[in-house]
Design a protein around this ligand. Sequence first.
Ligand code: NAI
Ligand code: MG
Length: 502
Amino acid sequence: MGIAISAAQVDPRVVSFLEKPRQMLINGRWVDSVSGKTFSTFDPSTGEVLAQVAEGDREDIDLAVKAARKAFDDGPWRRLTPSERGRLVWKLADLLEQHLEEFAYLESLDNGKPLTVARAADVPLAVDLFRYMAGWATKLEGHTIPISVPYTPGAKYLSYTLREPVGVVGQIIPWNFPLLMAAWKLGPALATGCTVVLKPAEQTPLSALLLGELILEAGFPEGVVNVVPGFGETAGAALAAHLDVDKVAFTGSTEVGKLIVHAAAGNLKKVSLELGGKSPNVIFKDADIETAIAGATSAIFFNHGQCCCAGSRLYVEKPIFDKVVDGIAERAQKIKVGPGLDAATDMGPLVSEEQLNRVCGYLASGAAEGAKALAGGKKHGDKGYFVEPTVLVNTREDMKVVQEEIFGPVVAAMPFEKPEDIVPRANDNVYGLAAGVWTNDINKAHRMAEHLRAGTVWINCYNIFDAALPFGGYKQSGWGREMGRDVLDLYTQTKAVCTRLG
Ligand code: NAI
Ligand code: MG
């Protein structure tokens, strides 16, 4: 064990979870990888090893897919009533809620986010998602459809549709909200009756493995959920390409999203993608300025900017530009950066050294292209992967820091003069995940909502998530919508049944 934290600081159940090397969940059992290999997961506030985890690769994925296939084709899972399925998902939510503290600690240690945030947001949102999806298990209805069939005059038909689970689903998730992303993926898959092979991110495999324990405790039949930790290029790629997987659901970079699409072509499996963003956040001069300053600050700095929907391109109407950016910079300077377990911490480290280097590379590129940091602008401290909350001004649309996803606590602010210019500027990006609008003019607000090319538009708020609200991207931010009733379309397929009546 390399746990670098004092046991006194951490829930004792978490300490014992971290002590043993964590295995993978295949066919209802905890097993080592076929190769026997393990990999380390790190505490990003120190860079020290947190735990050892079984390293899945092609052969482990193959075993997991076989288990999921069997559970889907012949297992008791398909014979459960919708009500029984819904109750299992609800039970998983109850168990998760009972173990909230352990999950919050684990999430904070593995990802770096403040414990207070994991407690208040990540775990409760995951609980709520499972409860919301549990309710859908009994409401997956088809239709009866009157038909005319011109070439069989006089014949009568009874036609209806069945809504069936899509089958074995491969789910590949990122590290920014490890537990919550697992819940977004598992909830609808289980509610609709699919079976799953879940591959958590190599940076943050622990909460998905603890969730695996609760899945067994809840009583899901063996093979319904398999959890195979491992790296993207090996385990992830094998899952995306596997010929016996009916659908792949991916959240992560747009670059890897494109690889997933190629990998899926072999058996034309269904694909859903939740990818990157560079979301515009637009503040009009008629907004409630203090509310907008606070909102724009949390829009970029929540989760250390490691949100696909982070409000990273800030557009402020010229007369209030200085006041707004000064206000955000002042707040940024007051953000207490530190380890996630420290109760005083507002913002933890980035998840990994790779992300630290990536974000620092963007800071250097911004400076080289003439951007000026009103707050922050560099790495914080000399241990762990911390970056200062950064507010960049003197930025232009052609700069890399304005065009590309940074995925760190860095906002690029730009003024705009004419309200009619702002829509094309806001839409001038390959991504289209989310957008924010701050104004007290209700007509302007909803006209903006209509014209912004984004899957989510927040008006006078930002980063508001709910299990009932669909989330996903326009343009290169992805395919399909997660959460809400929309996600059910991704996990079901329609069968038309046509009967000729005598
Ligand atoms: P990534 O897209 O490489 O990783 C996300 C997941 O995909 C992980 O589980 C990883 O193991 C898996 N993966 C990687 N390569 C794969 C492959 N060839 N086939 C199948 N699965 C594969 O993201 P990474 O490298 O961790 O972060 C890079 C950038 O991606 C970030 O800076 C950020 O811009 C973006 N990103 C976006 C996220 C989002 O929520 N939309 C989440 C994480 C990263
Ligand atoms: Mg990657």
